[in-house]
Design a protein around this ligand. Structure first.
Ligand SMILES: Cc1cc2nc3c(=O)[nH]c(=O)nc-3n(C[C@H](O)[C@H](O)[C@H](O)COP(=O)(O)OP(=O)(O)OC[C@H]3O[C@@H](n4cnc5c(N)ncnc54)[C@H](O)[C@@H]3O)c2cc1C
Length: 196
């Protein structure tokens, strides 16, 4: 367990907006999630910096604009969005202005439409959900070595040395992501052990 790699954390900001995001390219309003990073080289460079324990000055920002697709989330005419970027594990740096500068590159005037905001630092994420250790929302790094051997190498990763305890969550294969497969596979294991 002590060898488990967590990987980068996230710093996230939730926004209430006076109006839609003023994207340079209005087609961006048709995407529920926009991935902001300029060129692929720029995104790769920013992500590499974070993996090397540094904060990117032009981070790869993931931005979701839910109210463009679900108007029950805001008063009429107003909007919500959130945006996050990767930061080193356990980072305490306030990334708000860096994230907003990156959004402004692709949506000049974004700062002017902000009505209210609040943020989640890695520490706050861990307090909110103890499974987000160090602010890592994916339950640990999903690299070649940890894709199937998470959290440790076991023939059936949903079992533990205690035969009455099973584990799921994104810290088991196939890792983080809104696919539900970790819980599904764990439930199948429990079913097989108890009822077959
Ligand atoms: C801001 C953000 C953006 C993300 N964006 C994406 C994305 O775009 N694409 C993507 O694929 N993934 C994304 N993810 C990651 C994805 O949401 C997680 O990897 C995934 O939800 C993890 O699944 P999980 O089953 O481990 O945990 P969760 O989905 O957190 O499920 C755990 C469940 O267990 C419940 N629970 C906790 N403790 C107890 C208890 N004691 N008793 C009973 N129930 C309990 C919780 O209420 C929760 O429902 C994002 C995550 C965050 C935070």
């Amino acid at each position: 367990m002590s060898k488990f790699k967590y990987g980068p954390a996230v710093f996230k900001i939730d926004y209430a907006l006076k109006e839609s995001i003023p994207w340079k390219d209005p087609r961006c309003l048709k995407a529920s999630t926009a991935h902001l990073g300029g060129t692929i080289e720029e995104i790769a460079f920013a992500e590499k910096q974070v993996w090397n324990g540094k904060h990117a000055e032009k981070p790869y920002v993931l931005l979701a604009q839910q109210s463009e697709f679900d108007n029950t989330r805001t008063p009429e005419g107003q909007h919500t969005c959130w945006a996050y970027c990767h930061v080193p594990y356990g980072s305490e740096k306030d990334m708000s202005s860096i994230i907003e500068n990156q959004i402004e590159r692709f949506a000049p005037g974004f700062k002017d439409v902000i009505q209210a905001k609040s943020h989640f630092s890695p520490k706050m994420y861990q307090e909110y959900n103890p499974n987000y250790i160090g602010g890592v929302i994916s339950g640990g790094a999903t690299d070649v070595t940890q894709l199937f051997t998470r959290p440790v190498a076991r023939l059936n990763p949903y079992t533990t040395p205690n035969s009455s305890i099973y584990i799921c969550s994104s810290s088991t294969p196939p890792g983080g992501g809104v696919h539900g497969m970790c819980g599904y596979n764990a439930a199948e294991t429990v079913f097989d052990k108890l009822f077959k």
